[in-house]
Design a binder for this molecule. Structure first.
Ligand SMILES: Cc1cc2nc3c(=O)[nH]c(=O)nc-3n(C[C@H](O)[C@H](O)[C@H](O)COP(=O)(O)OP(=O)(O)OC[C@H]3O[C@@H](n4cnc5c(N)ncnc54)[C@H](O)[C@@H]3O)c2cc1C
Length: 344
């Protein structure tokens, strides 16, 4: 295992900002992960697992930690006693490669999560979701390495405590866990999830009433390419904020002031309000730019970095957006992205 010092993290994140990691190393094997944990312990520093950096903003001062870039690879396919297929993928596998392979095998389950950037290991962390499917709907187990106890173990979905863009891996002791492998349930006779309006419209245009996983993947790919910023072209971490979940009464009040405001039923009797709609129709944020940072012109929920900016400027712009939403609606949006390092 090679450990480097003071490695600038901006190239390792899709927002393309951020200062150095005190130490930086890569894990290609389970032994590398253990060695990195021991190294971190010897230096009395936290171990920070890094995937593709597509959901983090690293501070300009960097991270006082041992950053462990997950580069473990490999996928395996198994069959359950009930005839379902299972794909087991290593944490460092690029997520969309795994999705593409399952779809190419004619297996359904992950196709709605096509084209989401990042690695397999990060998927359970924020329980990635898109177009009516969440990773938690498909995860059978998560294998993790406890950097404190230096032990591997397997977690059930219940133990992962999945929620909307949330899991145990974002909180308390869960932050000490390095996800090493994830298993997902797949099916040949999988019922496609097509309720999401954009997908339904795409399939209707194609006159396709019986879509295969490959058809759904094509639909999702086309929709995402048309709507979302491309991290190869511009700094972005996708949705910067979560969609607010608010009580029914608060939603009714919002509707009185903004009758067109959409809302979708969510767990616990709450209503999920599309923040992109609020940013666009109430706050006038679509395409707004301040120096090197802005809200994307097609999807204002995605803040973008045009180049030459800093993590501080990204943070300042995002705080301005939150405060504006709060001022106009009374809702304070929660961050979907994780800020890493000091921002005070
Ligand atoms: C254009 C664009 C579109 C996006 N669309 C979506 C979307 O539709 N839905 C969605 O949910 N997200 C979306 N995202 C966000 C992002 O792609 C996902 O959150 C993705 O899972 C992050 O993967 P990563 O490898 O880049 O994680 P990173 O950004 O490297 O890490 C994210 C967090 O996970 C932790 N982590 C990473 N690997 C591990 C591991 N092995 N063990 C433990 N912790 C780990 C990190 O410490 C960090 O806290 C989008 C991002 C972009 C840029």
């Amino acid at each position: 295992m090679r450990v480097e010092e003071n490695v600038t993290l901006a190239p390792y994140g899709t927002m393309r900002v951020g200062g150095p990691a005190r130490f930086f190393t890569e894990a290609h094997t389970a032994a590398d992960i253990r060695e990195a944990a021991l190294f971190a312990r010897r230096h009395d520093l936290p171990l920070f697992p890094l995937g593709s950096g597509s959901n983090i903003v690293v501070s300009d001062e960097g991270v006082h930690a041992v950053v462990l870039r997950m580069a473990t690879r490999g996928t395996a396919y198994e069959q359950t006693p009930h005839g379902d297929a299972i794909v087991i993928a290593a944490a460092g596998e690029p997520w969309d490669g795994v999705v593409a392979e399952t779809v190419a095998r004619g297996l359904g389950g992950l196709e709605n999560l096509s084209l989401i950037p990042g690695t397999v290991g990060a998927v359970p962390v924020q329980n990635v979701g898109a177009y009516g499917v969440e990773a938690a709907d498909r995860i059978i187990w998560v294998e993790a390495f406890d950097a404190e106890r230096l032990a591997h173990f397997v977690m059930t979905p219940e133990e992962c405590a999945f929620g909307y863009r949330d899991s145990i891996f974002k909180r308390g002791g869960g932050k000490n866990l390095i996800i090493t492998r994830v298993a997902f349930r797949l099916r040949k006779d999988h019922a496609p999830v097509t309720e999401y309006a954009d997908i339904a419209r795409y399939l209707a245009d194609m006159k396709n009433s019986n879509p295969s996983p490959a058809d759904i993947r094509d639909a999702v790919t086309a929709i995402r390419r048309a709507k979302l910023p491309d991290p190869n072209e511009i700094g972005t971490v996708g949705s910067f904020f979560k969609n607010p979940l608010i009580p029914q009464a608060a939603y009714e009040e919002l509707k009185e002031r903004f009758p067109e405001c959409p809302g979708f039923p969510a767990d616990g009797g709450l209503v999920k309000v599309p923040l992109a709609w609020i940013l666009d129709h109430i706050c006038g944020m679509r395409g707004l730019k301040d120096g090197a940072v802005g809200a994307h012109e097609r999807q204002p929920l995605a803040l973008v970095h045009y180049g030459g900016g800093t993590a501080r400027s990204v943070r300042a712009f995002s705080e301005m957006v939150r405060n504006k939403v709060h001022e106009k609606t009374g809702i304070m949006p929660e961050y979907e992205v994780s800020f890493v390092g000091r921002f005070d």
